[in-house]
Design a protein. Sequence first.
Length: 654
Amino acid sequence: MNSQHFLTAMGRLSFFFLWVFAPEAWGQGFAVLYDPPPIRTSLEQTEYPGAPRVDAAYLFDLNTTEFEQSETGFGIRYNRRIRIKVYRAGGTEYGTVSIPYYRNGLTMQVKNIRGATYNLDAEGKVQYEPVTEANLTDKKIYDRYHEMVIVFPQVKVGSVLELSYDIVSTRPSLLPDFNVQSDIPKAYTRYYARIPAFYNYNLVRIGNINYSRYDMSLSGVMEQFGSSYQFQRILVDIEAKNVPPFVKEPFMPAEVNTRGKLDFQFTNLNLPDRDEGDGFSTWEGFTKWLLKTDSWQGYYKKTRIVKSRMPASLLQGAGLANAIDIYEWVQGQVSWDGYRAMEPDLEAKTNDGSRPGNIADVNLTLYGALEAAGYEVYPLLGSTRSHGRINPEAPVLTQYNNVLVMLVLDGSSYFLNAAVPGLPFAALLNNDQNGAMLRVHPKEPELVDITAGHSARWRYEGEVLWDQSQEAYTSEWTVSQSGIAKGLSWDEELVTKNWDLEEVAWNNRTEGVVPEKATLTTFSGKYPIETAGEQLLIPVMVDQRRMSSPFSSGSRIHPMDFGYPQQHDYKVVIQIPSGYALEEVPATINAVMPNGKGMCFFQATETEGKITIQSSFRLKGAVYGVKEYPEVQKLFNQMAEAYTQTLVLVKEKG
C-alpha cells in the first residue's frame, strides 16, 4: 500500500473527478472513456479471452465523478457503468449487485439506476429485460450505512448484464473509491476525474495492479468559484486492462490491504485566503481533529467520571500490582448501554459477562481509571488484523476499528485490552497484534508498533500412559502460553475437537499477569489410537495429526502475514505397553530457513520402554515477502511431513 500527495508550484493539491455523461443515452458520454462493443458481440462471446473456464467477467467497468458547483459550494456526482458477461452457471450470482453508501439525511443518495439483462432467444434475437423498482432493495447494514441491492431479472448462462447508476453527495469528503479489482476478471476499467485544485486528498494505492494509464495534470483552464476565486482542475485519468480476479491465499494480509483499489481520503480545503487546517495529511493534524470530534472527545474526557466510582484502595495504590487490580476491576464491573457516548454504569454487569458497549467504551474507561490513579497511560487507536494494517504514510480514518491502552511503568510498556472478559493483563489477542497503532496525545502523537519486541510462545508438555484394563492411553497435559493469547482460554471444545482427546477433565488454570509469565492450563484426556491387527497406531503430534501445508501452490501473489513472531514447543512422553515394541523410530527433521527467519525441529527417541517426542517450530518474523515463499513453503512442507508421522507399535510374539 502506498499513498500520494499531488503538488504544484501553487501548493499542495489533490483530486476529485468529473466527466460528461448524457443520461438519455447509455452509449453517449462514455465515448471519451471507452467505446463499448455492441451488445450482440458480448452475447455471442462464449469464453473470456485469455482465461478459459471463467464463470463471469466484467467486460468493462467505467467510473467518473463530477464536481458540481452550487451557491453553497461543491457536491459530487459519481457515476458507474458496468457490463458483466455470464459464461457459466457459477456466474449467475453476479446477477445481484450491491451498492454501499452512507445515508444521513441527503448526505448521500443512489440515483438514476438503469439496468437490463440481455439474452439471445432460440432464433438468435436479442431479448431485453429492464431492471425495475421491483428489482431494488434498500438494505440497512449498520447505523447509517446502507446498500442498494439490485437483482437482475432473467439471469442465466450467456446473459449480459448492464448497469448504470449515480451516487450524489453533498459532502466532498465522501468520495467513492475506485475498486479496481473484483472476484472476477475485468477486461477494461477506467476512472476519470477533474478536481478543483483547492481540495486536498491523499490517494492511497492498494494492491499490485499494472495500470496502463496513470495520468495527473492541470487542466490549464481557469474557472470561477463564487465571486472571489478562480481555479484550475487537476485531471486524473487512470486505466487498467485485463485485471485478474482477486485471489485469496493462506496467511495473506487482510483483504483491505491487498485487493486492488484506489482509496481517496479527504485531508483539507485550501483556499487563497482561508486554510481550514491540516485535518488528515499529518498525524499531528489528524490527532488534533480527532480530539475535537464528539465521538472521541466525549470518550476521552468523560472517562474521568470513573474516578468518583472507583474503590479508594485502587486510587491509593501504586506499582504493577495495583495496575493489574484496576485492569481486573474494569474488566469485571463496567457495562454499557451501547448508545451514549460515555456513561458507564459501574455497578451493573450482565450475568454472562458480555459487554453491550464497544471496545472503545471499555478501554477508554480503563484509560480513565489508570490516569485517575496517577499512571502514565495513553489511548491507542489502531486496526485489528482482520480489518487490515494502517498505512503509516497517511492517516486514513476508515482504517481504524480498535482501541487499546498503553501503560508505561518503570521503563516498560504494557498494552492492555480490558474489553475481553477473562483476558489476562497485558496478554493481547492475536487479532489485536497488527503492527502500528496511533498513541493519542494532544502534543506528541506517534505511531507505536505494539508487536516490536513482542512474540507469542506456546509450550505443550504431556505424559501418555497405557491403561491395561481399558487397553487405552490416558494423557496428562500442561499448556502454557505467553505474550499473545491465541484465544480467550483453553476449553474442552478446543481439545476435543482439534486434539481428538476424549473424556477431557480440567485440573488447574493459572492466569499470568505480564507477558513474561505464562498462562498455564492443565488437563487430562483419553489419547487417540488406532488398531490394525496386532499393531497400535499412535499419532506423534496429537494436535497436528491431520496437518497439511497451507502453501501448496507453485507461486505466491501476496506476502505471508503471520501477525507476530512465534514459537511452539512440544514435548510428550509415550509409554510403550508391555508386550509391544516400536517398529521404527520416526524420522528426525531439522529444517532451517537460509536467512534464519524460521526453523522446525522434530525428533523421536526410545529409552526404557518410553518414546519421547520433541518438537520446536519458530517464526522470527511477522511478515514474509513473496520472494521468500519457496523457503516458507519448504519449511511448512517439512513440518507437515514430521508432524503427521505415526508411531507403529507391534505386538511381540510369544
